[in-house]
Design a protein around this ligand. Structure first.
Ligand code: ZN
Ligand code: ZN
Length: 530
């Protein structure tokens, strides 16, 4: 959108362990690779964060005028997929197909951009075989009984990304019981695994088998982004060994200085400040969270924390029997201290609430109400409304300054507080501020917020519709009968039309007893939570 050279963007690069200018192979263009899911189950909140981080980075780089190619793979050949297929008594590819579809559904619900290319391992076997052959030809790999291993000793840089010394790694590996006699060194890792009975297999020069996990990403990066490209993303848990091995394979094949120029890693999601309790399970699926919260709230919540930081995902559970809040010990033991009940995992999970998301939901409601109010005022002004602003205003400038600083969404969201408060002041002001000045300011505010919405994938769309969906969801969660509420509101409107004030007041009291208020506005009567 901007003309001229894009302003500088700082990133924290894991390889150099420093914050520095985003390095681009070709100014104006940026290739982004993100390690996608292994599709053997529904995705969890951590997967959603790992997909959201590159999503917002890509949106922002495009906003800054860069031409971005975004590649996110799908790992559809893997031990976990085979294990799931055996457990379910179906083909491995059927498992992969099913959970790739489920993943796409979750990503679409969360408003994620579709990657420009979404390569799958199963359709990149020729590229993977070719890359392994290249490594073999250069002495970076060796064949052992139908397997092919990467020769770590041939790659002097090994351990630089993960900040590990090969000697220390060897010491650690040597202390483990199992040492595979086929390997030259315990550090060597599989590029190709010979087929075992009952496993899916593909032909190769070394016999039937399947690729190791790491080689797929190296092969797909070079195929879709070139031997050297700009940004490689992923969760912090992938730094070692996955990304370390990707570098070893790719630089082993294409030479020093190739592969990703910038390594960006996102932090973990911390459930309740530590791992989730035993009685609750290990994680929450995205589906479970989306059953309680609007997708935009989930996005917004995840963006309130800088991508490199750990994100505290607070979990609250009340006892299904007596309603007492279960503290951490009670959650661990699955036993309520107040009433002695021992609810099973399913019963406990059904009672889970996420206070952080509830807070985010309130904040998002405030933003949408502000946007709605500003749009309404401009709409009502009709011909008196000012023409759109000539260019981006101070709101967008302050927001983007934080985004250019290592995609600091947390700081960027913080800059919105004052303009939002200012907008509400102007919306509430009935005197003292010239109407033309108010309208002019609000038009600029809305124009900037439109761009913020495009960058974050939040705050866009129909604000009134969002607020109404939120109200209905809260009503359903509170066990209110929506039909009855609507009928009461309609009855009251009728009573008011015939000036039956006693009846109108009685209905208002009945709604108040349900925790609701009715609002009579210029566009009719509406209701909401008190
Ligand atoms: Zn990968
Ligand atoms: Zn209890």
């Amino acid at each position: 959108m901007n003309q001229g050279p894009p302003p500088s963007i700082l990133v924290h690069d894991t390889f150099t362990a420093s914050k520095r200018e985003l390095e681009l192979r070709d100014p104006g263009r940026c290739g982004v690779y993100c390690c996608g899911p292994t599709v053997y189950d529904l995705c969890h909140v951590g997967n959603a964060r790992a997909a959201l981080v590159p999503d917002v980075i890509v949106r922002f780089l495009r906003h800054q005028g860069l031409q971005v190619k975004y590649v996110r793979n799908i790992t559809d050949i893997d031990d976990k997929i085979i294990a799931r297929a055996n457990a379910d008594g179906v083909e491995a590819m059927a498992v992969a197909e099913r959970f790739a579809d489920e993943y796409h559904r979750d990503m679409a619900t969360l408003g994620m951009l579709e990657p420009d290319v979404e390569p799958r391992v199963s359709s990149h076997l020729p590229e993977i075989v070719e890359l392994i052959e290249r490594l073999l030809a250069r002495g970076g790999a060796y064949v052992a009984e139908g397997d092919v291993y990467f020769r770590v000793a041939a790659f002097a840089e090994y351990g630089k990304l993960g900040k590990r010394r090969p000697d220390d790694l060897l010491e650690g590996a040597g202390s483990r019981v199992e040492v595979d006699a086929r390997k030259e060194s315990p550090l060597d890792f599989a590029l190709w695994k010979a087929a075992k009975p009952g496993e899916p297999a593909w032909d190769s020069p070394w016999g039937p088998g399947r690729p190791g996990w790491h080689i797929e990403c190296s092969a797909m990066c070079s195929k879709h982004l070139g031997e050297t490209f700009d940004i490689h993303c992923g969760g912090r848990d992938l730094i070692f060994p996955h990304h370390e091995n990707e570098i070893a394979q790719s630089q082993g094949a294409y030479g020093p200085g190739t592969f990703a120029l910038n390594w960006l890693h996102n932090g973990f999601i911390d459930f309740a400040g530590e791992k989730m309790s035993k009685s609750l399970g290990n994680f929450f699926t995205t589906r479970e969270v989306l059953a309680l919260h609007d997708p935009e709230t989930v996005r917004y919540f995840l963006l309130t924390v800088h991508y490199r930081s750990g994100l505290n995902f607070e979990v609250r559970v009340d006892c299904p029997a007596c309603g007492a809040p279960l503290d951490r010990d009670a959650q661990d033991q699955g036993r309520c201290a107040a009433c002695g009940a021992e609810p099973g995992r399913e019963a406990l999970r059904a009672r889970v609430r996420f206070p952080g998301l509830e807070e985010a939901d309130d904040r998002l409601a405030y933003v949408h109400a502000t946007l709605s109010g500003a749009r309404r005022l401009l709409r009502e002004a009709g011909a008196a409304a000012p023409a759109g602003p000539a260019g981006p205003g101070p709101l967008l400038a302050a927001f983007c300054e934080h985004m250019r600083n290592d995609f600091n969404t947390s700081g960027a969201l913080g800059t919105l507080s004052r303009p939002l408060a200012e907008a509400n002041t102007l919306l509430a002001a009935t005197r003292g501020v010239d109407m033309a000045v108010r309208l002019q300011w609000l038009a600029g505010f809305l124009a900037d917020m439109d761009q913020v919405a495009a960058i974050l994938g939040c705050f866009g769309g129909d604000a009134d519709g969002w607020l109404q969906r939120r109200r209905n969801r809260r009503a359903a969660q509170a066990g209110l009968d929506l039909g009855r509420v609507e009928a009461l509101v309609a009855d009251r409107q009728q009573a008011r039309a015939v000036k039956d004030w006693a009846r109108s007041d009685a209905i208002r009291d009945e709604l108040a007893a349900l925790g609701l208020v009715v609002k009579d506005g210029s566009t009719g009567t509406n209701w909401d939570f008190a």
